[in-house]
Write a protein that binds this ligand. Sequence first.
Ligand SMILES: [Zn+2]
Length: 109
Amino acid sequence: MPRKKATAGPKGRRKSAAAESQTPVPTPAPAFTPDEQKYVERYPGHRFVAGSLSPPGAETCFGRKRVITILCANCGAERVIATSDIFHCRLCAGCTKAAKKEARKAKAK
Ligand SMILES: [Zn+2]
């Protein structure tokens, strides 16, 4: 009765082949839309949430302004801001307040 031995693998070739075929999967880059990509490039210090830019003309909490979600550079909290405010908004509301307070304190010294 022919019987394959489980340990018959001559040089353990199969194992290494399988390991090689495991190409390292790069962490999928967030899919920014072309419009978002513009902001990403213009504001390299900002962290934007992919897919968060509102479509043009859509009614948002900022009226007809387009909004985008950023991640606070300090605590990572999400904050929805108008695209026209990006240049001066890098932190969430809480951190902005704290930063202002710190700045005032530093000035007072
Ligand atoms: Zn924050």
